[in-house]
Design a protein around this ligand. Structure first.
Ligand code: HEM
Length: 147
């Protein structure tokens, strides 16, 4: 029984890390796509190509990875009884922030498809620092568990 439980935990953790990697890869790629997309004139064939690429990235990589990483992460938390621990609360706050960033990116893609260009290329490049910093803090919290 003990063996089954520890194998379940390890498989959940392996799956969790795989889908977190997919999710983070998508979060890094999408604002890069936006930078190139914004260089295309609204209504041009190139613009239509970028809209299609962004929607595919959201539909095939970003949304499914977000959902699976969350489900496996919550199952892991239940399996190790993490809900009362400080490091987990801090991690949850950061992951909720990343999830809000994801939703905001999806909204920006919709606005771009309508021809709106709300941010400059430089601002979009700077946005790419957000998932990097959040991921570093999350990994420290989950490995070091400082509190
Ligand atoms: C989506 C919501 C998430 C939840 C609910 C969640 C929850 C968890 C839990 C409970 C563990 C097990 C920790 C342990 O066994 O000590 C874990 C492991 C891990 N998580 Fe998450 N996580 C989430 C998202 C993320 C994100 C976004 C990242 C990185 C950017 C991440 C990186 C990791 C890593 C690297 C581990 C393995 C740590 C180890 O080796 O023990 N997680 N996660």
């Amino acid at each position: 029984m003990q063996w089954v439980l520890s194998m379940t935990y390890l498989w959940l953790k392996a799956g969790h890390i795989v889908f977190v990697i997919f999710w983070m890869a998508g979060l890094f790629m999408l604002p890069r796509f936006f930078v190139y997309h914004q260089e295309a004139a609204p209504g041009s064939p190139e613009n239509a190509l970028w809209v299609e690429r962004e929607q595919k990235l959201l539909r095939i990589i970003l949304w499914p990875s977000l959902i699976v990483a969350w489900l496996l992460g919550l199952a892991l938390a239940a399996s190790i009884g993490a809900f009362g621990e400080g490091w987990f609360h801090a991690k949850l706050a950061l992951v909720l922030g990343l999830t809000a960033y994801h939703v905001w990116l999806a909204g920006y893609a919709t606005a771009l498809a309508r021809g709106e260009r709300k941010l400059t290329g430089r601002q979009l490049r700077m946005l790419n620092e957000i998932p990097g910093v959040a991921a570093a803090l999350i990994v420290i919290l989950v490995i070091v568990k400082p509190f």
